[in-house]
Design a protein around this ligand. Structure first.
Ligand code: GDP
Length: 445
């Protein structure tokens, strides 16, 4: 999952800090040295790391930390704040003209970065917002890219403008503008050609499009998994053609996080969106604060809630909320909620965003929702009496033994399920607005 390895290292550092009652200057310095190492290993740009640890140290030492009640927490808070700053503090929105004008987005990037996929993802997002986008296939060197765009455009219900591979990209783009004006489109998204490496011809082509068409935003798509290479590519593109923002793809597979943490600081350009998977719905707005809490292992409740609100069945959620409030949440509801989570795009995605859930807990709950496990879980739950299902607190050893026998499983499995049930219940209480718990952002410390 995204940032796992960096996150784990930082959490170790913080655990040590928190375990100390008072912190000396040396404690802080030692901890920051570890933070520095973790960031370097995560492939964060060297200069960025140096500046980052310097800022944290200056603030941490000599501030209230030394006299503070919770010095460890204070340091974590400072690290968190500096990390948010590093990624640009505020969310940068895509710049769109008013709906009665045509916004032109030019998508650029190296081959394989995810440009074509992302182009279609953006079109879907804008369509959801009530815009009428037109996709333009300007990658004339790879006929497959044109087909791919057509297929993705169709999936998104968005028209794709293509003229085959015999015309020059700039001419296709010009023709697309005319088509857009006639057809009442208000966003034109140009998918340009990528290359394996930065090369002059590609740059010249992009510059030519920009010279002939009024491009509103030039968006660079880079692959997060390439770490510092992504940062360098962003620097070069900005220098040669000028970019307005970056989309970082494949963050779902990026355990290190180096690109996400360095790109803004090195290039000065904001991250607009992040790609979180291959599906056309896997594109998320980039929130520096949420990203920092994710990296620091504090979960990302807000993103989760947004996702939940898009996907959840409101009726059922309301009922669940009532039950949680009245402490009536039982095993039937547990099954229901597991199904809900499955609908929300996979349990690991959902749980990975929760504060305080990780490692062992995560894999336990995750395994419970895996298809095969799910059937076993159902078997166990259906071996309970209705009373046991609605009031799990009465489950004593002899009842558990009977249930295990009924479901044909080991009693250890029943115990495991009961434990998962308790954890899930607790977890859902933490999700504000979703299953009705009070919850809130992950707290520091
Ligand atoms: P292009 O050459 O830059 O146009 O790249 P494509 O759009 O063809 O994408 C290359 C590969 O990356 C495809 O297999 C995509 O499904 C995959 N991909 C794109 N974005 C993401 C993402 O955010 N996460 C993951 N896991 N895969 C992605």
């Amino acid at each position: 999952m995204a940032f796992d390895s960096l996150s784990e290292k930082l959490q170790n550092v913080f655990r040590n800090l928190r375990s100390k009652g008072r912190l000396t200057e040396d404690d802080v310095k030692a901890a920051l040295k570890e933070v520095k190492l973790a960031l370097l290993e995560a492939d964060v740009n060297f200069k960025v790391v140096k500046q980052f640890t310097k800022s944290v140290q200056e603030r941490a030492i000599g501030s209230d930390v030394m006299n503070g009640l919770n010095p460890g927490q204070m340091v974590i808070k400072i690290v968190n704040e500096e990390m948010v700053k590093l990624m640009g503090s505020e969310t940068t929105e895509l710049l769109l003209k008013p709906s009665n004008e045509i916004t032109v987005l030019m998508m650029a990037g190296l081959q394989g970065a995810g440009k074509t996929t992302t182009t279609a993802k953006i079109a879907g997002k804008l369509k959801q917002k009530g815009r009428k986008p037109l996709l333009v296939a300007c990658d004339v060197y790879r006929p497959a890219a044109i087909d791919q765009l057509k297929i993705n455009g169709e999936k998104q219900g968005v028209e794709v403008f293509a003229m085959g591979d015999k015309n020059r990209p700039v001419d296709i783009a010009k023709a697309a503008m005319e088509h857009a004006a006639k057809g009442g489109f208000n966003v034109v998204i140009i998918d340009t050609a990528g290359r394996l490496h930065v090369d002059e011809e590609m740059m010249a082509e992009l510059v030519e499009i920009k010279e002939n068409i009024e491009v509103t935003e030039t968006i660079l798509v880079v692959d997060a998994m390439t770490g510092q290479d992504a940062v360098n590519v962003a620097g070069t593109f900005d220098e040669k053609i000028g970019i307005d923002g970056v989309i970082l793809t494949k963050l779902d597979g990026d355990t290190r996080g180096g690109a996400a943490l360095s790109i803004r600081a090195v290039t000065g350009k904001p991250i607009l969106y992040v790609g979180m998977g291959e599906k056309l719905s896997d594109l998320e707005q980039f929130y520096p604060d949420r990203m920092a809490s994710r990296i620091l292992g504090m979960g990302d409740v807000l993103t989760l809630i947004e996702k939940a609100q898009e996907d959840l069945d409101e009726e059922k959620a309301k009922k669940m909320e009532q039950k949680l409030k009245k402490a009536e949440f039982g095993f039937d509801d547990y099954l229901e909620s597991m199904n809900q989570m499955k609908k929300m795009g996979g349990i690991s995605k959902v749980l990975g965003m929760m504060p305080g859930i990780g490692g062992a807990q995560l894999s336990q709950i995750e395994s419970a929702i895996d298809e095969k496990q799910m059937a076993r879980v159902e078997g166990i739950i259906y071996s309970m009496t209705p009373k046991e299902r609605s009031n799990p607190s009465i489950l004593n050893p002899s009842r558990k033994r009977r249930i295990a026998q009924g479901a044909g499983v080991d009693i250890a499995e029943v115990n495991r399920l009961v434990k998962q049930f308790e954890q899930t219940k607790k977890m859902m209480k933490q999700m504000p607005g979703m299953f009705g718990g009070k919850g809130g952002r992950g707290k520091l410390g």
